[in-house]
Ligand binder design. Structure first.
Ligand SMILES: Cc1cc2nc3c(=O)[nH]c(=O)nc-3n(C[C@H](O)[C@H](O)[C@H](O)COP(=O)(O)OP(=O)(O)OC[C@H]3O[C@@H](n4cnc5c(N)ncnc54)[C@H](O)[C@@H]3O)c2cc1C
Ligand SMILES: NC(=O)c1ccc[n+]([C@@H]2O[C@H](COP(=O)([O-])OP(=O)(O)OC[C@H]3O[C@@H](n4cnc5c(N)ncnc54)[C@H](OP(=O)(O)O)[C@@H]3O)[C@@H](O)[C@H]2O)c1
Length: 415
């Protein structure tokens, strides 16, 4: 039964959804929606931003390209146009996602941020509360909840001693667009993942002087080895060889192409790149030119930060650098713990507790898409499973319960 006695239930609009609610209209949410559309399952897709793929549209830098070949990045049932290059640009990827949504007739409800979602044991339904841009509140009630808010929902801003006293511009990589406004400036880039490396490279291209903080270790691999995508080579080798051996082959190939990265201050982790990705979720850097700039001295590699002061940073080796600006390329995190009131399937870090291949389905109609740290190919695999699973249950339900829908469920549809 519904808990109609809840006083606050009457203070917001309440909508019964005869199908799943999908939270997030990035590649993951769109791919699940497309699968459901194809099978005739109705759904609602809620998006806090005013567009699809807001990570790509609003929170990435201009020079960004997909770093894996396009065949590993396309969503189900809709290939990239033939004229797209092997590594589509950010603009091309956004156009592809917009035409994906149009092709499957997906219309997300934009400017609606999910504040909380909770399984109501009493009525055995999900209750999802949102706030719209104008401040109005809506509660959606449904049988299935698909979490598609992404592994990179929020930028991580670490607390670093003295950062508040620094005085210059401090931005997260998600707000960095290009090096244009940093021309001639000394910029400290904190972090050496794919973002840190590419922001540093971009700053060089615009005549800024970047110093990149490398506080621990990093696997840098060439994006291609002998004309073939490194990722594709690895996928091929994994068919025949164990992961540890594939890692050894990759590191050998990386050495032949890039040389010894340790010589430039980029210590390699003791665990191989694929094993590290699988066990700790740490993505290797696919180099597209930053290493050359490190070699030439245009990007300076520096150790961890001790503290900031006005216009200055002190490093753990005692060195002091005068700097004009800071770009925090310090990564991202999931925001699931902030809104999903559930602790059986999701862990405190906002990722499913069970690793791949069991990270897509929880109990009570809960699903997660795009949380296996496998990029866009992982998104597609999850989306196909989820849409098929929901469609199967939905069609069964429809057959069995068509004539038995309780009156109270009928009467609350959109009021
Ligand atoms: C700079 C950068 C480059 C990348 N490059 C690649 C690449 O080349 N290849 C690759 O495979 N992967 C790449 N990734 C990983 C990236 O996460 C995936 O490509 C892809 O965007 C994941 O899609 P998603 O839909 O799961 O998450 P997202 O794209 O993050 O979409 C999630 C959506 O959910 C919405 N949302 C979040 N919280 C709420 C809420 N509470 N209520 C309503 N809506 C909400 C967000 O606004 C967003 O639109 C990159 C990531 C970054 C940060
Ligand atoms: N298509 C592309 O080309 C592209 C471009 C950018 C990003 N991406 C993807 O986007 C995702 C996020 O990448 P990302 O580079 O933004 O994040 P990331 O891979 O999580 O890297 C974060 C970096 O910040 C460092 N860091 C964090 N806190 C720090 C602190 N207090 N002081 C110093 N260093 C600190 C980390 O160091 P430790 O390792 O020591 O923790 C790490 O080097 C990845 O999946 C990546 O592949 C793809």
């Amino acid at each position: 039964m519904f808990s109609f006695s809840d006083a606050d239930m009457f203070s917001r609009r309440c909508v019964w959804v005869n199908g799943p609610v999908i939270v997030g209209a990035g590649p993951s949410g769109l791919a699940v929606a497309a699968g459901l559309k194809q099978q005739g399952v109705p759904f609602v897709i809620l998006e806090r931003a005013d567009c699809v793929a807001s990570l790509w549209q609003k929170r990435t830098y201009d020079r960004l390209k997909l770093h894996l070949p396009k065949k590993f990045c396309q969503l189900p049932e809709y290939p990239f146009p033939d004229h797209y290059p092997e590594y589509p640009s950010k603009r091309q990827f956004i156009e592809y996602l917009e035409s994906y949504a149009a092709n499957f007739d997906i219309s997300p409800q934009f400017n609606e941020c999910v504040q909380s979602a909770k399984y109501d044991e009493a009525c055995r339904l999900w209750r999802i509360r949102t706030v719209c841009r104008g401040g109005s509140e809506v509660e959606y009630i449904c049988q299935w909840l698909v979490v598609a808010t992404g592994e990179n929902a929020e930028g991580v801003v670490p607390e670093i001693d003295g950062l508040k006293e620094f005085g210059g511009e401090v931005i997260h990589a998600s707000d960095y667009k290009s090096g244009e406004s940093f021309r001639g400036k000394k910029v400290l880039v904190v972090g050496c993942g794919n973002s840190g490396m590419e922001v540093s490279l971009d700053l060089c291209n615009y005549g800024a002087k970047p110093s990149m903080v490398v506080r621990s270790s990093v696997h840098v691999l060439p994006r291609e080895v002998f004309g073939k995508s490194t990722f594709e080579v690895a996928i091929f080798l994994l068919k025949w060889l164990p992961l540890w051996l594939v890692d050894k082959v990759l590191l050998f190939l990386a050495w032949t192409v890039l040389g010894k990265t340790e010589n430039y201050g980029l210590k390699r982790p003791s665990v191989g790149p694929f094993e590290l990705k699988n066990t700790q979720g740490k993505t290797p850097v696919l180099d597209i030119g930053a290493l050359e700039r490190i070699r030439s001295g245009e990007i300076q590699v520096v150790p961890a930060i001790k503290k900031f002061s006005c216009g200055n940073v002190e490093l753990v080796n005692g060195e002091n650098l005068e700097i004009d600006a800071v770009v925090l390329a310090t990564g991202y995190c999931s925001n699931v713990p902030y809104w999903l009131q559930e602790s059986e399937f999701f862990s405190k870090n906002g990722f499913p507790k069970s690793p791949f291949p069991n990270a897509w389905k929880g109990k009570a109609g809960l699903y997660a898409v795009g949380f296996t740290r496998r990029g866009l190919s992982g998104v597609s695999a999850d989306a196909v499973q989820i849409s098929q699973d929901i469609a199967m249950i939905w069609k069964d339900d429809l057959k069995q319960k068509k004539q038995k829908v309780p009156n109270h469920r009928r009467c609350i549809s959109t009021f």
